[in-house]
Design a binder for this molecule. Sequence first.
Ligand SMILES: [Zn+2]
Length: 247
Amino acid sequence: MSGSSTRPPASDLLPMDTTEEVRARQAGVAVLPIGSFEQHGAYLPLATDTVIACTIAREIAAEYPVHLLPPLTFSCSHEHTGWPGTVSISAATLYAVVRDIADSLRRSGIHALVLVNAHGGNYVLRNVVQESVGGETRMALFPGPVDWDRARVRAGVQTSSHSDMHAGEVETSMLLHAHPDMVRPGYETSDCLADDRDHLLTLGMRAYTESGVIGRPSLASAGKGAELLAGLVETFGKYLPLLTREM
Ligand SMILES: [Zn+2]
């Protein structure tokens, strides 16, 4: 199944479809990238999660017949408060925006929405999807933990998913693959492990890292980023039938 033949050349981060192209595709499933604007150490941009979510969503749209949406670029980054540049919106706002987008899509005939989330702090998205069960718009949250685990194995990622929390091997690899120009020098020497972080919700990241990094970016490579992305795009195929089958 491929939507690439009907899709014009895409901008790297934003969909460039016209309304006529969307009409012709008749996609029944929309894909919404959700990023963040938060510190990612000294070598990755604040927009890292947005870039990763858009990259995953763009590759999905190149492979499957979905309606690709522009990203949400702010989300729940409160644990990064205090580092210059970080901006958050509340969980209540994120919840409301996602619900509004789902309602708007439904009015134009799209009854399924996949949230492609790249920021771990967006816990509220699990509730949005949970509450959609039995409702008018079917929803999924992607990638799930199992999808990430499979992609990590495929890519040969060495750091465990718990240790590789922020600006580490996975995120740096994804950017080295998709947008190497965005990665500044320094990731090779910025490893910081903080496996014991039981009170992250209460204390925020500051209690566990000086640099803002938790993970081992020195192990990152463009090759791992390519395999991570390919693995995620492959497992996305399991979601489409769930969203489109008759209930
Ligand atoms: Zn991130």
